[in-house]
Ligand binder design. Structure first.
Ligand code: AMP
Length: 573
């Protein structure tokens, strides 16, 4: 063991330095196969605890999925600490220009110390440190978090610091996406990749996937609540995603005539775990627990009584007369822990259930949609839950009318679902199609430009990117349209906290903010990595309910582009 011998130790201690070395070597590897092999071999050389942590770290996650919010360490804070330690704040511009990425900038900064500490951190210790930082709450939490981080960097060698920084800001830049990690886990365990993917569908967290795969048969089962789907300890499943299509005819062309159409509500996704008699946990689309914030929804779900169930649905805000409220007002209730009762009075919520993932103790995700519809209807009549309005097996004309009526009634569009389809957690399968009145894409802001004129002092021209196939982001266009002055101000602050570098008036940020962007056309363009550009892009909504992994991919954009070539009249904007 390289580091163990270097530090003069006899026994094997997996070091973080080894982890960093593997990452470094991955960044120089082109072949996907070889990368999966390297990662798999490394994970196999670790014990189960370390492999669980390393899988997470390697895709740029410092803590378990769902815990990210508690960490609250920005790139700016990391840079400030490194700069303070080396008295080099005034050299920031030069360092960031010379460095290839944020991690390297931190490494270069830490190298300015009089002596580089011996690398002694273990993978477990680092994990422990991140968990401690995430757990700091209450008075002066921010300063206490920064103190803990300062201590950590003081112990780290510059090379370790580089990878600590990369993990903290979630940008590894070595091309290990979630998909590649699943292949690596399959290699580590000599198990079929389909099996690993299946476990990942049920477990949102890659580290948990490693743990389950590596555990002696049965010891760690069930995945995501298989035997006891609604026990309080059960983890949420990743939500199933929908694939966009242009119109009703395309839905029939894709799914055939064995399908249902239902209203697409413009609210926020929730996953409800009901373990019986008031034992309810509710998770957001990003799998954060929000039970405390929405007691009104808890009350509604409690009508299920003693039965166990996991439900998928949409919560909308309504005004005093029952009309849908603005999305931003709805989002203000999610995640709120103070003055919940006051917020409840100001912004009432309504729950619409649209799927059943488990019922009476058994997972139902593999049952065909037609069966799950019957379960929904049964829950509607037995517990009075409101379910989304739908039509089953309509002909083309009836489906067109359902869509037209939905748009007139103010819905965002309709969803088409194959009656035979299973519920595929986390996957954008072809079982669910979304047909929206306006063509939009969910894109990630990767950089922003300082505005001028009326927008002086604000970051306002946003660089928009879709997910690429390597776990990175490919830019497709820019826009400064769509936000109010107040939103510009808030967005400027938010992006500055995510800043990784700045040059020539362009601030590069960690890819965290998702925005829904409407556009008129997609054109071929040599100007952007994606080879395509959006015309007349404008932000229609800030999607705080979506994580960057849930943003649209280049494949979706390409499909939209191809469709627009074939069906120019299908464009809805
Ligand atoms: P989008 O947010 O545009 O990707 O569309 C998918 C989202 O629509 C889902 O994540 C749900 O939050 C929401 N949605 C609204 N109504 C439905 C429905 N009837 N079935 C499934 N998802 C729905």
């Amino acid at each position: 063991m390289r580091e163990a011998s270097r530090a003069g130790l006899i026994s094997y201690v997996p070091s973080f330095y080894d982890f960093a070395n593997v990452c470094q070597s991955l960044s120089q590897t082109q072949s996907r196969l070889q990368m999966a092999e390297e990662v798999g071999t490394f994970l196999a050389s670790l014990n189960i605890d370390e492999a669980e942590i390393a899988a997470r770290f390697m895709v740029g996650r410092a803590v378990e999925q769902g815990e990210e919010k508690r960490l609250q360490i920005s790139g700016r804070a990391v840079w400030k600490i490194a700069a303070e330690m080396t008295d080099s704040a005034d050299q920031g511009e030069d360092i960031f220009t010379a460095a290839e990425d944020f991690g390297e900038a931190i490494e270069m900064t830490l190298k300015l110390r009089a002596a580089d500490p011996e690398p002694t951190l273990t993978i477990r210790e680092l994990n422990q440190k991140f968990a401690e930082i995430a757990a700091i709450e209450g008075r002066h939490a921010r300063n206490r978090k920064l103190d803990a981080l300062r201590e950590l960097f003081a112990r780290a060698s510059a090379f370790e610091g580089k990878y600590i920084a990369k993990i903290l800001i979630g940008e590894m830049r070595h091309g290990v996406s979630e998909g590649l990690m699943l292949e690596a886990i399959a290699r580590m365990s000599a198990r079929p990749v389909t099996e690993v993917r299946r476990i990942h569908m049920l477990e949102a967290d890659l580290g948990r996937v490693v743990r389950i795969i590596r555990s002696p048969a049965g010891a760690e089962k069930p995945a995501a609540g298989e035997s006891s789907p609604t026990s309080p300890a059960a983890k949420p499943l990743k939500p199933m995603l929908a694939f966009p299509v242009a119109d009703i005819a395309e839905a029939f062309a894709t799914l055939g005539s064995e399908l249902s159409f239902e209203h697409k509500l413009d609210g926020a996704r929730v996953q409800i775990h009901h373990a019986g008699d008031g034992d309810v946990r509710i998770f957001s689309r990003r799998l954060n627990e929000i039970t405390e914030s929405i007691p009104d929804v808890v009350e509604v779900v409690s009508r299920i009584g003693a039965r166990h169930a996991i439900l998928d649905g949409e919560v909308i805000g309504v005004d005093a007369s029952g009309r849908p409220a603005a999305f931003q007002d709805l989002m203000r209730r999610f995640g709120r822990t103070r003055d919940v009762e006051k917020a409840r009075a100001e912004q009432p919520l309504r729950l619409f259930v649209f799927d059943v993932l488990a019922l009476d103790g058994a997972l139902t995700i593999d049952r065909p949609w037609a069966d799950r519809i019957s379960m929904l209807e049964e829950l509607q009549s037995s517990a009075g839950l409101e379910i989304v309005e739908r039509i089953i097996k309509p002909n083309l004309a009836a489906a067109e009318k359902f869509y037209a009526d939905a748009v007139v009634a103010g819905y965002e569009g309709v969803m088409a679902k194959s009656l035979a389809s299973a519920y595929t957690p986390g996957a954008r399968g072809r079982g669910w199609l979304k047909i929206k009145h306006t063509r939009t894409l969910d894109l990630v802001i990767v950089a922003a430009e300082w505005g001028y004129g009326r927008r002086h002092g604000w970051l306002s021209n946003y660089h928009l990117a879709a997910r690429d196939r390597n776990g990175g982001f490919a830019m497709l266009g820019k826009t400064f349209k769509g936000l109010s002055d107040e939103q510009f101000r808030a967005m400027t602050e938010r992006l500055l906290a995510l800043k990784t570098e700045e040059s020539h008036g362009v601030v590069t940020v960690r890819p965290e903010v998702v925005v829904e962007v409407a556009y008129n056309d997609i054109q071929r363009s040599p100007n952007y990595d994606a080879g395509m550009a959006l015309r007349f892009a404008r932000i229609v909504r800030i999607r705080d309910d979506k994580s960057p992994e849930q943003a649209d991919s280049i494949d979706t954009v390409t499909a939209d582009y191809e469709r627009q070539k074939i069906l120019p009249s299908a464009r809805k904007v």
